[in-house]
Ligand binder design. Structure first.
Ligand code: AMP
Length: 274
């Protein structure tokens, strides 16, 4: 029996219903994940979702899902969005925000959420704030993964994804047992269109210009937790857990701030000890 939620409401829109109801928990966690493409956000997202029972809401997955539809089934806005995606560009804010509004049910879901790939611009972050306020829910934390550019390009260019089950491999650091074949389902391993060198360059420029200011946006709101994304996935995960403002009992810790919105000294010391 498949015990994994199919995230149908998120992937297909509000009219679709998820295959499983959210797990009953005392508290709902609501995270935003930030970080340039290639920092390993996807892996951390899975680990965090498992730990906090949150639903993995990736806007990239919604676009990739739409790519699998027949052209006649795609809306004109989605068709244009896929063109941007293919070129490694960001999809226009208006299109992305329509897509999120159509999925507001996922934001208020009792199971909580982990947003991955959204928001990507300050305009999107402001719109998310308004949506969350309307739904009367608040973010628990914004987790920001950081890594030097050279390491990011190396990771992305070697990444291979299973065309069927979406499992991720790497030609150097996580090769499949048989070249080009998925270890899990035997599917064909492909390079994502936006992981090709020409697209990587465009994506990194888009990230620097539009997404980096988001870290500052959330730092000022005292929600930002910055993590060095170096080391094994498990090491990065443990580092993340140690820095999340959540108590043993699962409550969000109050984060003190200085007058200029900076985190307290002890918090910085904790980060530099990574
Ligand atoms: P990702 O899987 O998050 O790297 O997203 C893949 C591609 O989808 C990006 O390169 C963009 O073209 C598009 N995309 C996903 N999320 C957004 C967003 N929030 N704003 C603009 N474009 C997005």
């Amino acid at each position: 029996m498949n015990t994994k939620n199919d995230r149908a409401t998120w992937l297909k829109g509000e009219d679709a219903r998820c295959s499983m109801p959210p797990k009953f928990t005392q508290q709902s966690f609501r995270f935003v994940l930030l970080g340039a493409p290639g920092v390993g956000k996807g892996t951390q997202a899975e680990l965090l979702c498992e730990r906090f029972h949150t639903c993995h809401l990736s806007t990239g997955d919604v676009f990739r899902m739409a790519k699998c539809l027949a052209e006649s089934e795609r809306t004109p806005a989605m068709q244009t969005a896929l063109g941007h995606m293919r070129r490694g560009e960001l999809v226009p804010d208006g299109t992305v925000l329509d897509l999120i509004s159509e999925r507001a049910r996922c934001l208020r879901c009792h199971g909580g959420f982990l947003l991955d790939g959204f928001p990507r611009t300050v305009k999107q972050a402001e719109a998310l704030d308004a949506l969350l306020e309307r739904e009367k829910v608040a973010l628990t934390a914004v987790v920001n993964y950081e890594l030097p550019l050279g390491q990011i390009v190396e990771r992305l260019a070697g990444r291979r994804t299973c065309a069927d089950c979406k499992a991720v491999f790497h030609v150097a650091t996580l090769p499949p047992l048989n070249d080009g074949v998925c270890d899990h389902c035997g599917g064909q391993l492909v390079q994502r269109e936006d992981d090709r060198p020409e697209s990587i360059r465009v994506r990194m420029a888009a990230y620097e210009a539009s997404t980096s200011p988001l870290a500052e946006f959330y730092r000022r709101k005292n929600l930002l937790v910055s993590i060095t994304a170096d080391g094994s996935p498990q090491e990065i995960f443990e580092r993340t857990l140690a820095l999340l403002p959540i108590t043993q009992s699962g409550r969000r810790q109050r984060q003190e701030t200085n007058e200029d919105g900076q985190q307290p000294k002890e918090y910085h010391e904790c980060r530099s000890g990574i």
